[in-house]
Design a protein around this ligand. Structure first.
Ligand code: NOJ
Length: 770
């Protein structure tokens, strides 16, 4: 019945829109470019009052009454006026059906509400944190996990995802590094594309009409990762060049992939808070890139313009933010409270509101919500999709592929099942379950994730390996509401003696240490990135036993592991692997899965080296061995090199690279050349390797990085097998943001390395662009 009413309204509108140009209420560049959709949008818009339009630009988190009538807080009040366009972080087919019913009851034109959520690394099936998953260098995998996240989220009623987070992150003090794909622009852009494809379907707006695809929202626009000193929300002051070279490209890639929405960043950019930044949202995003989708603010970001010191009140915040190009206000109630007044006073034009509302309505049409506002709310589908065993299987694969073997002295790993060994498993992560999903596991049931002990028990049951366990130390916790230095490092040595006792009776120690999951994520910056609490103290005690130590880490950021690297035998970076944590880590420890992850963020030697990233510029006084050490760009107390470079990750087998070759030493504009290398697996395990291609532009109109990743291939080789790897080099790959602020390839000479990590320079080639 309601559906029919909506269609009558739309049909009348479309008819009117088609029969008279006058009814085309607004000029806006649509996302779909589909005139039929545009006419539908215009027809609905032409029937709306100003208040109804403004209501569409208003978004709440899901705090209104879950059952029965709406409560009498502000969201309830606006719901009753039909003035909520979207609600987020609400889930469940039945629950959202009820909320949609309430919305339609009050919306005069029966405009459906759009439900959103932060489905960052899976809904109920929790995949590894995004930083970890990015270490797989497996774009297909990342697209698949995003697809499953979308399957589950849409089955739970949610059609708009506040993901992927694609901020380039070069500062491990910043807790939100766990949400992204690390430090590299080229790789980060590819991951952004893969995740957008996964959430939205393939690269076609029509896919959004399927009931298992959802709008993606790339965030946070822009340069949020450049927060000074890694302190969350802090000032960002970077050059326009750095903005264009480093922070914008993943967002541009997402636009090219067809992403439907953007979220503003909390930070200011060179003095102008992003949520009121016309340069980035209008000049760059809309006018230069031609983006037609919608823009939502981050949480209360309009309100925060007052604290930023650029708006005297919420009203001015609303004005600034609408003028910058924002369409929807998350939580601040700035638009819903002040836009009408601003129109009446002539400070903004109704046509600006029309444009924003058109973008919002278009998305509702593309998602099929006008066809059927209840299309995402099928409780049977929800039950079947969310319990699909295939999802668990994928979570297992993703967890395996995310793990990075940082060190493996004397090939102490794997711990073969056939060899009799007494293994002491020690540390707060032996039985830790809650942290394994990491931050932003929005609906992942933390009680379901497999612990390390459970994984090991299942793996070694009935084998000659004898496992003993001790916690050694309780995991240092953090109270987010009162987080200070004094509350985070609680000294605790109570469990040391038991830990030392079982360690002394073992052949090998597995030390399972890390950060509680609250130590990374939003508002979880650290100034000290060593293992928190007394964990290093525990390791020191274990070291005194003289037994070999395998350190297994569960954490959400690169850590300072300098002491650990010198003092333990092997280091396995497991990150937060999600639902199948213990199983995947046990697979790696036992050699049932040969680790293949490679770092996507540099591990510094100490916090003082930060920011440290592989693709830095050379400086006029670079430090290298051929030159005298003094008056060079270096530290007097630590090396320039990182502890573990970008692209680093070991395997249980050995990969040997042959001398590389290049199809031509000159690249002609518009054509491409091929760099090749033969890679052989000379070890005893089958394995996977990420063959990386780095390029350096020797001389250009502006200084260029010492090298930049420009290609890679993940290959699988059986023991004894070899394969030729070809990587294409195109003109586009060497284009740069030149002295005149244009993206061009400049003629000149280029170095190429085909390498197993960013610090591997053994395979060098050159070519010239004529
Ligand atoms: C604030 C976070 O910065 C953003 O990433 C998230 O999407 C919103 N909160 C909504 O939860």
């Amino acid at each position: 019945m309601k559906k029919n009413l909506i269609w009558i309204i739309i049909a009348l509108g479309v008819f009117a829109a088609c029969s008279s140009e006058k009814t085309k209420t607004t000029k806006w560049k649509s996302y779909s470019g589909d005139p039929v959709v545009e006419h539908k949008v215009d027809s609905v818009l032409s029937l709306m009052t100003l208040e109804e339009k403004i209501g569409q630009m208003n978004q709440y988190s899901g705090n209104f009454a879950a059952t029965g009538e709406v409560s009498d807080n502000k969201s309830g009040e606006y719901l009753k006026k039909g003035m909520i366009g979207s609600t987020f972080n609400v889930f469940g087919a039945d629950h959202l059906r009820m909320l949609q019913k309430q919305n339609l009851k009050y919306s005069r034109l029966k405009i459906p509400m759009l439900f959103a959520a932060d489905v960052i690394h899976g809904l109920e099936t929790t995949f590894p944190i995004p930083l970890a998953e990015a270490c797989s260098w497996d774009l297909d995998l990342m697209e698949k996990t995003a697809r499953v996240a979308a399957e589950e989220a849409t089955a739970s009623g949610v059609a708009w995802n506040f993901a992927p987070m694609i901020d380039i992150a070069r500062d491990p003090r910043w807790g939100r590094v766990m949400e992204g794909a690390g430090e590299d622009v080229y790789y980060g852009s590819l991951v952004a594309r893969a995740r957008v494809r996964g959430f939205q379907g393939i690269n076609d707006y029509k896919d959004l009409t399927k009931n298992n695809t959802m709008m993606a929202c790339v965030k946070h626009f822009v340069a949020y990762g450049a927060a000074q000193a890694g302190r969350d929300y802090n000032t960002v002051d970077i050059s326009d060049r750095t903005l264009h070279e480093t922070y914008l490209p993943p967002f541009k890639a997402a636009v090219d992939e067809g992403v439907a929405s953007f979220m503003t960043a909390f930070n200011d950019l060179n003095g102008v808070p992003c949520t009121a930044n016309k340069y980035i949202f209008t000049d760059i995003l809309r006018d230069t890139w031609g983006f037609g989708g919608m823009v939502v603010t981050d949480y209360t970001a309009i309100m925060e313009l007052i604290d930023h010191g650029i708006a005297k009140d919420l009203k001015q915040g609303a004005e600034l933010s609408l003028n910058a190009g924002v369409d929807m206000d998350m939580i601040s109630e700035a638009f819903v409270t002040h836009l009408k007044e601003l129109v009446d006073e002539g400070k903004i034009k109704e046509s600006q509101i029309d444009v924003a509302v058109s973008r919002i309505l278009e998305m509702k049409f593309l998602l099929g919500l006008f066809d059927d506002p209840f299309r995402y709310f099928n409780a049977d589908r929800e039950r079947n999709v969310i319990n699909n065993p295939q999802h668990k299987k994928l979570a297992h694969t993703a967890a395996q592929k995310s793990i990075v073997l940082l060190k493996n002295h004397n090939s102490i790993l794997p711990l073969e099942k056939a060899k009799a060994k007494r293994v002491a498993v020690i540390g707060p992560f032996v039985d830790e379950r809650e942290s394994l999903n990491g931050e932003w596991a929005i609906k992942g049931d933390r009680s379901k994730s497999v612990t390390l002990r459970e994984g090991l028990e299942a793996k070694y049951a009935g084998t000659k390996v004898k496992l003993t366990y001790a916690q050694g130390i309780t995991l240092p916790l953090i109270d987010r509401s009162t987080a200070h230095v004094s509350t985070v490092n609680v000294p605790d040595k109570n469990g040391f003696s038991e830990a030392i006792r079982i360690a002394s009776q073992s052949d090998v120690i597995i030390a399972a240490l890390g950060e509680n999951f609250h130590w990374s994520g939003e508002a979880a910056s650290r100034s000290d990135i060593t293992l928190p609490g007394n964990q290093r103290e525990l390791l020191k005690e274990l070291k005194k036993t003289g037994k070999p130590i395998v350190l297994v880490l569960f954490n959400g950021r690169p850590l300072d592991l300098s002491w650990e690297d010198e003092n333990v035998d092997a280091i396995v970076e497991a990150w937060y692997p999600g639902l199948m944590s213990g199983t995947a880590v046990a697979d790696v420890l036992a050699g049932d899965y040969n680790p293949s992850g490679k770092l996507v963020m540099t591990f510094p030697r100490n916090v003082g080296q930060i920011p440290i990233y592989y693709n830095s510029k050379n400086t006029g006084r670079p430090f290298n061995e051929e030159r005298p050490a003094d008056y060079r760009s270096s530290y007097i107390d630590v090396e320039n090199t990182p502890l573990y470079p970008f692209g680093h990750g070991l395997s249980y087998t050995q990969f040997i690279y042959s001398s590389p070759s290049i199809s031509s030493s000159s690249l002609t504009k518009g054509e491409s050349i091929i760099a090749s290398v033969e890679v052989s697996n000379t070890g005893f395990f089958d394995g996977e390797e990420v063959v990386q291609l780095y390029i350096r532009d020797r001389k250009a109109s502006v200084s260029r990085p010492v090298k930049e990743l420009k290609g890679f291939q993940k290959i699988t080789l059986k023991a004894g097998e070899s394969v030729k790897v070809d990587i294409e080099i195109t003109e586009e790959m060497i284009s740069l943001y030149d002295i005149n602020n244009n993206w061009v390839a400049e003629a000149g000479e280029f170095d190429v390395w085909i390498a197993s990590s960013s610090s591997d320079e053994s395979n060098h080639l050159t070519f010239e662009l004529k």
